[in-house]
Ligand binder design. Structure first.
Ligand code: DQA
Length: 147
């Protein structure tokens, strides 16, 4: 069983990027934590970060063929305007959980709207790094892999 975690633009800078908003945990810290948690449930977790919209679209398109049963997606700024990522999600059968570290709904108005929310299973936002843990735990439960 496999889960794909997709991190969008600027998330490679986690740890030093606006730490008052995003915290001091690095992307690598998050990936290691998620991999261990998935492994404990007998699931392989693969993590991909890209600053490029097309790379994220390629990953979503190929997820089913690559054997992934779930995608955990922090599309970062693309969340708010990428119709192309929305269309890729709508085109595939692999369920997607949308997640955000910050509570996008209490930030700038342009972050309140997600163009991907209508095509995902659900959205998790505002719990810091724990947003990733919550998304993973839900995916594991849905896959019947939770301990
Ligand atoms: C984010 C929220 C987005 O609005 C922002 O563009 C990001 C990160 C989050 O995880 O809180 O890059 O997706």
């Amino acid at each position: 069983k496999k889960i794909l975690v997709l991190h969008g633009p600027n998330l490679n800078l986690l740890g030093t990027r606006e730490p008052q908003i995003y915290g001091s945990t690095t992307l690598n810290d998050i990936d290691v934590m998620l991999k261990e948690r998935a492994k404990a449930a007998g699931v392989e977790l693969v993590s991909v970060q890209s600053n490029y919209e097309g790379k994220l679209i390629d990953e979503i398109q190929q997820a089913g063929k690559n054997g992934y049963e779930f995608i955990l997606l922090n599309a970062a700024a693309f969340t708010h305007y990428s119709i192309a990522i929305r269309d890729a999600i709508a085109a595939v059968d692999v369920p997607v959980i949308e997640l955000h570290i910050s509570n996008v709904h209490k930030r700038e108005e342009f972050r309140h709207h997600s163009v991907i929310s209508p095509v995902v299973m659900g959205q998790i936002a505002g719990f810091g790094v724990d947003s990733y843990i919550a998304a993973l735990d839900i995916a594991l439960r849905k896959m019947g892999a939770a301990k």
